[in-house]
Every structure is written in C-alpha cells, then in structure tokens.
Design a binder for this molecule. Structure first.
Ligand code: THU
Length: 130
C-alpha cells in the first residue's frame, strides 16, 4: 500500500464523521505492525467537550480489539470536501498515540509523512510517574 492509498483511506473514513457542530470531518486509519487496519472518524456531541477525534476513535477501536503495536496513522480533515490542507493531530490525540507508539511511528498527512517525534519531541509518559 502506498502512502497515497493510505491517505485515501483516511479521506474515505471521514465520510463516516458525525460533525454537525463544527462541520469539520476527520478520518483516520491506523495500521498495526502486523498489518491490521482500524478506521476512525470524529464523533461530536451537543455537549461539545464529549466530542472524540478520529485518531482516538481509531486507537481505542484497535486497543479494545487487542492490538497495541502500531506502525502508522493517516489523517485527513476537511470542512468542504477538499482534503489537501494537512490536518495535524491535536495534542490530546498525540498524547494517546504516544502511550502506544515509538518516536518513529509514522503520521501520514496530505502534505507528507512525519514521525510522531516531529509533533511531540518530548512527552509525558510512564517514566514521569514511576
Ligand atoms: N478533530 C479530529 O478529529 N482530530 C484532530 O486531530 C483535530 C480535531 C475533530 C474534533 C472536532 O470534531 C473537529 O475536528 C473540529 O475541531
């Protein structure tokens, strides 16, 4: 699968977004190290803070299905059907991804491929607690 194919799957996943308040639809596709795919979309709520992002939907689907080893995620977001502007994962999603992913975990956006460490050079982790 090419990065373009991977990103196209994220765009497709955005079709499932429930975003009646922001009208910003986001799709995510999470790839496990053994080749499993988990999709996600943002799911908004009239009590706005209950909204969940596409990335965390995908991570929680994967973890609750027994998968914790991840290789890459593709993320696509748009308010008008044009997904060419990069949708950078929010801080909450980066924190959740960092629980399970190494620094070299790949993040595929519309404008290229990044590493988790590009967006999150330092992170709060179990090391800070133990
Ligand atoms: N959103 C995501 O799904 N992922 C992100 O990383 C950023 C924001 C969603 C949340 C909300 O439904 C909409 O985009 C506007 O913030």
């Amino acid at each position: 699968m090419t990065n373009a194919d991977f990103f196209a799957m994220a765009v497709k996943s955005a079709e499932k977004a429930y975003a009646p308040y922001s009208h910003f639809k986001v799709g995510a596709v999470l790839l496990t190290k053994d080749g499993q795919i988990f999709t996600g979309c943002n799911i908004e709520n009239s009590s706005y803070s209950m909204t969940i992002c596409a990335e965390r939907t995908a991570v929680f689907k994967a973890v609750s299905s027994g998968f914790r080893d991840f290789k890459a995620i593709a993320v696509a977001g748009s308010s008008d059907g044009d997904f060419s502007k990069p949708c950078i994962p929010c801080g909450a999603c980066l924190q959740v991804l960092s629980e399970f992913c190494d620094d070299d975990f790949m993040i595929v956006l519309s404008d290229g491929v990044y590493k988790l460490s590009d967006f999150m050079p330092k992170k709060f982790s179990a090391e800070n607690i133990l």
